[in-house]
Write a protein that binds this ligand. Structure first.
Ligand SMILES: [Zn+2]
Length: 305
């Protein structure tokens, strides 16, 4: 007996947005005949790619898993509003999707094929998370009330998914913004975050995330302090609030307060733990008019569709 993939109604062909049908081999498009396999772990693969799980991804996913209920309670839950159907683009291990489902929301997530092993380990529902490309989503127009994408946009258009930009990164980021806008219903919202390019220190990505480690002054600072002090203009993988806003224009983007976004519990080094109350006070009390400026270490934008 061949078990067919139980196809959620919300999915469409990412290539042509046509109807999908389940078959013994996986899923195929009724319109353009594209076919998409189901991984041995049971998850639908709209894109192929690196499947090896890395230790780095594992430890990231474990932190996300531990923090997700708190993140939902502190930050996302209060911002859900009347949204019922939500999508997390670049969902990692799928912890936000799982927590949102536990709260009664119809939540879905997509990430690259390397996340499949994590989904399998965490026992995610294959009807809720899919391997797909963020610039070619397997959902129809106007499918969601709310789309979230946390710490993903700065990796779109990069060589290895880390920090080094591809030559066509601008086009890739435009395609990403266009796709998020396409799948949100009118009146819906998009939440996007990334470390702020205009703020000279990135606490989320190390200089080692780049294909060639930084040299000169930047290299010396990072070796001496462990801090990733980076360029605040020109070609760099992070985005400023203005760059995020321009990508989603003409849909208006506002800079949200960071309160509740960060958990400062997870800081491991003693030095960082000592700084945590300072950092917490700083991000929680940043004046409104500074949210979209270089004084904010993080870009957190809400786009109204
Ligand atoms: Zn198709």
């Amino acid at each position: 007996v061949v078990e067919h993939f139980a196809l959620p109604e919300i999915l469409v062909c990412p290539a042509c947005h046509g109807e999908l049908a389940s078959s013994a081999a996986g899923v195929s498009c009724v319109d353009c005949a594209a076919s998409y396999p189901v991984a041995p772990e049971g998850f639908l693969m709209f894109t192929q790619g690196e499947r090896d799980r890395s230790e780095r991804l594992d430890s990231y996913a474990r932190r996300q898993e531990a923090d997700a209920p708190g993140f939902f309670e502190r930050f996302l839950g209060p911002r859900i509003g009347l949204a019922e159907r939500i999508l997390d683009v670049g969902c990692g291990g799928g912890s936000i999707v799982a927590v949102a489902r536990g709260q009664g929301l119809e939540a879905y997530g997509i990430d690259l094929p390397k996340a499949v092993a994590l989904w399998s380990r965490e026992g995610r529902d294959p009807a809720s998370v899919f391997a797909a490309d963020a610039t070619s989503l397997p959902f129809g127009d106007r499918s969601f009330d709310l789309v979230t994408s946390f710490g993903v946009i700065e990796h779109i258009g990069t060589v290895t998914g880390q920090a080094t930009l591809r030559s066509d990164y601008v086009r890739a980021r435009r395609a990403f913004a266009r796709e998020l806008l396409r799948v949100v219903r009118p009146g819906g919202r998009i939440l996007v975050s990334c470390p702020n390019k205009s703020f000279p220190v990135d606490l989320h990505h190390g200089p080692g995330d780049e294909v060639s480690p930084p040299r000169g002054l930047r290299g010396a600072i990072s070796r001496a302090t462990g801090l990733n002090v980076h360029p605040t203009w020109g070609r760099y993988h992070l985005l400023s609030h203005r760059e995020v806003r321009d990508l989603f224009a003409p849909a208006p983007a506002s800079a949200l307060p960071l309160s509740g976004y960060f958990s400062f519990d997870g800081l491991r080094s003693r030095g960082m733990r000592a700084l945590a109350p300072v950092a917490k006070a700083y991000v929680e009390h940043l004046p409104n008019q500074m949210r979209a400026t270089a004084m904010n270490p993080f870009v957190l934008a809400e786009i109204q569709v």
